[in-house]
Ligand binder design. Structure first.
Ligand code: HAM
Length: 436
């Protein structure tokens, strides 16, 4: 019997070095921008007690859990999202943590989804959250970081859009039209554009809404401007919720992000814990799934048994983001690129190792240095240098080098030189465009 070759599990990815290089570019950009907005990094375990999710995150995500009993008979789940872990961390140190604070994390998450474009069973997600303030300027800070992040990746305003809505506003409207039980209605509203008008009306009827209420709700969710909404709602609470959105938009416009945000009341969000502003980020024309989504969750810590501590944040997945960047040709080259390759005409391996150390020395500037791992002809060494994307090949035993100097070749131009390590580093730092 032949042995079956092991298969990659559905919905997961291998990251060969070329893919990992792209992945690291995404991680580096996430981390740099989060840190530039003064968010601090945190982490948690990849699995949690199952009950952290059941009853708090919403039905959809619970139905997608990877869960199992461990050897101690405990119900465990691989984390499908980071927010409950964050809430747990906050509850545990509620007194010590100086609020408000801004944290970020880049967890690996697991959801048993139907694997398809933009959706995998294992993915990474940047999370940025602000804990301990109800101020709308926390939302402003988060949305500004999303826009900055997408610009940093090279996307232009207009190539992405952050749609903003408010559960508070929706709740007051539901109350105004006399609709029952918002908790039952939200998951249906979240699916409005996915399931089509008939299924939408049917699901709302099942949640107890009349035909007239469904019509009103549908019109309301189609409102495109604050003015339109103002004409549709009348209560004091709705006015306050609208004022919040207005403040948010004005602040973002003042900071230069006016063209990145728009009102979109069709956004409800699937997760159960949101209480205020909710938002989703899409590519222009919404041809892909959401790049990111988030919102305010002021009672999650309370639901988990702690005191009430307000929070707001978002998750940005790596999958849709990478698809979008690839579509716009904004991903860096996945090819390896080392600074120096140390070669030897006489296969003097001791000299090769010694010289490699010289060029790796932090005093010189933290460069990446490669060399042959076995004696071989110079042609082979140059092949390796080429393959590894070496910018400069240093010869340890070139005949034209003086005392303390090396002969070297700039692989970007093909020119030969001789010089001491400091002058070789100078040459490396010279920007040279490789001829096409
Ligand atoms: P979410 O909407 O479930 O929110 O996920 C946010 C983003 O993660 C999505 O817009 C998408 O880019 C990515 N994502 C979600 N599921 C998958 C998947 N199966 N495959 C690939 N990418 C996926 C949350 O997770 C909230 N906890 C975010 C949050 C943080 N809210 C407040 N703070």
């Amino acid at each position: 019997m032949s042995i079956q070759i092991p298969q990659l599990p559905k919905g997961t990815r291998d990251f060969y070095p070329e893919a990992q290089r792209i992945q690291n570019y995404i991680f580096d950009t996430w981390r740099n921008v989060a840190e530039s907005f003064a968010y601090e990094e945190y982490e948690g375990p990849m699995f949690e007690h199952l009950e952290l999710y059941t009853g708090k995150s919403g039905e959809e995500i619970v139905s997608q859990l990877y869960n199992f009993k461990d050897k101690g008979d405990r119900e465990i789940a691989l984390r499908p999202e980071m927010t409950p872990t964050l809430a747990r961390l906050v509850i545990q140190k509620a007194r010590e943590l100086k609020k408000p604070f801004k944290w970020f994390s880049m967890p690996r998450l697991f959801r048993y989804e139907k694997a398809q474009k933009g959706r995998l069973r294992e993915f990474f997600q940047l999370n940025m959250d602000i804990i301990g303030t109800e101020s709308i300027y926390a939302e402003a800070d988060l949305l500004a970081s999303i826009a900055t992040m997408l610009r940093k990746f090279g996307l232009k305003d207009g190539e992405f859009a952050i749609g903003v809505s408010s559960r508070k506003l929706l709740a007051t409207y539901l109350e105004e039209i006399g609709a029952p039980n918002p908790a039952l209605v939200y998951p249906v509203l979240d699916r409005r554009l996915k399931i089509g008008p008939e299924a939408f009306a049917k699901a709302l009827a099942e949640a107890g809404l009349t035909e007239e209420q469904v019509k009103k709700l549908d019109d309301f969710m189609g409102c495109k401007s604050i003015e339109e909404v103002r004409n549709a709602v009348h209560s004091e609470n709705a006015g306050a919720a609208l004022k919040e959105i207005e403040d948010l938009f004005e602040t973002l416009a003042a900071a230069g992000y006016g063209d990145c945000v728009n009102l979109d009341l069709s956004i409800v969000r699937g997760l159960a814990y949101y209480t205020g502003i909710v938002f989703e980020v899409f590519d222009k024309g919404k041809s892909m799934r959401a790049i990111a989504g988030g919102g305010r969750y002021d009672s999650l810590t309370e639901k988990l048994g702690g005191e009430r501590i307000p929070g707001v944040g978002f998750g940005m997945g790596d999958v849709v983001l990478a698809d979008l960047l690839a579509e716009h040709n904004l991903l860096p080259s996945p090819k390896q690129s080392v600074d120096f390759y140390i070669a030897s005409f006489t296969n003097d391996m001791k000299k090769v190792f010694e010289t490699a150390q010289t060029f790796r020395d932090a005093k010189l500037g933290n460069f990446s240095v490669s060399h042959p791992l076995a004696p071989m002809k110079m042609g082979k060494q140059l092949d390796q240098a080429n393959y590894q994307g070496a910018k400069i090949v240093v010869y340890v035993d070139g005949s034209k080098a003086g005392e303390g100097e090396f002969e070297y070749k700039d692989m970007r131009t093909g020119e030969m030189f001789a010089g001491n390590p400091a002058s070789i580093v100078e040459r490396l730092k010279t920007e040279i465009k490789k001829p096409e």
